[in-house]
Write a protein that binds this ligand. Structure first.
Ligand SMILES: C[S@@+](CC[C@H](N)C(=O)[O-])C[C@H]1O[C@@H](n2cnc3c(N)ncnc32)[C@H](O)[C@@H]1O
Length: 251
């Protein structure tokens, strides 16, 4: 399966990002994602699209007993094994679409910035519901539909070279978007807000928290950060698996 993270050039560019060099402390969303984690002591956590394994390591530090990080990219998994090892963490090269999702197994499933690479997100919700214990937490951060809907994922610039506005286009047409990220052509998948939130509700989850990532006060001094207040880039969702599937709504 196609994955830009195994492309040498893209992988090298990704390694230069502050979040790749410094981990979660340099991830703009971490101050909002961290408080949404459930207690992990003695719990089992699965990370979908774990990348370098930062969230797996965080779970180990919080006392989780078993942690599995899966990622489609061999290079990312190699890096995770090098940077974030602990005897309670296992890493596996495996697509989010291919993982077997054993029934009633995990207390918590986490996914940070990987689900916008997945075409059939509802299938993921069904699989995560199956693999979570009742009452288990599904916590994820996905690129925001306002961010993914348009073309190229970039600002429209004024003549002065400054960002003029963010284009939202074809919002109700989900699916593939060609983007330019870290100097490479990267394919992502656009999902509407309804598909994401109602997809959870219709597949046995209740929503506990919904947040849109915005930089913390301390980050405002970083060049370009003020523009992050002009449109949401990421959507954070904490949901809980309920054993009885609620009524299906048409979406
Ligand atoms: C932006 S990185 C985020 C990595 C990590 N979750 C983090 O927050 O540091 C996105 C990750 O998703 C992985 N990925 C993309 N498509 C995938 C798929 N279909 N199955 C599994 N992993 C995938 C990529 O290889 C990459 O490691």
């Amino acid at each position: 399966m196609y994955n830009e993270y195994d492309n040498e050039n893209f992988f090298e560019q990704y390694a230069q990002m502050p979040r790749s060099k410094n981990g979660l402390a340099s991830a703009g969303e971490w101050h909002q994602l961290k408080p949404l984690f459930p207690p992990l002591r003695g719990r089992k956590m699965l990370d979908l699209g774990c990348g370098y394994g930062w969230h797996c390591m965080y779970a180990a530090e919080q006392g989780a007993s078993d942690i599995l990080g899966i990622d489609l990219s061999k290079k990312m998994i190699t890096e995770a094994k090098r940077r974030n090892t602990d005897k309670r963490i296992k890493y596996r090269v495996c697509g989010i679409e291919e993982y077997e999702y054993p029934e009633n197994t995990w207390d918590c499933v986490v996914s940070n910035l990987a689900l916008h690479y997945i075409e059939n997100i509802e299938r993921v919700f069904q699989n995560v519901h199956k693999t979570l214990i009742p009452g288990g937490t599904f916590l994820f951060n996905i690129e925001h539909p306002v961010f993914t809907s348009g073309v190229n994922q970039d600002w429209i610039y004024g003549e002065d070279g400054c960002p003029k506005y963010w284009p939202v286009d074809n919002y109700f047409i989900p699916g593939e978007r060609e983007t330019h990220f870290l100097g490479c052509d990267v394919k992502k998948q656009h999902h509407t807000l309804t598909q994401i939130l109602m997809g959870l509700i219709n597949n046995g989850f209740i929503l506990e928290a919904v947040e849109e990532a915005r930089p913390s006060e301390e980050m405002m001094g970083i060049p370009g950060m003020k523009d992050e207040l002009r449109r949401p880039m990421m959507l954070l969702v904490k949901s809980v698996s309920v054993s009885q599937k609620p009524r299906k709504y048409d979406i």
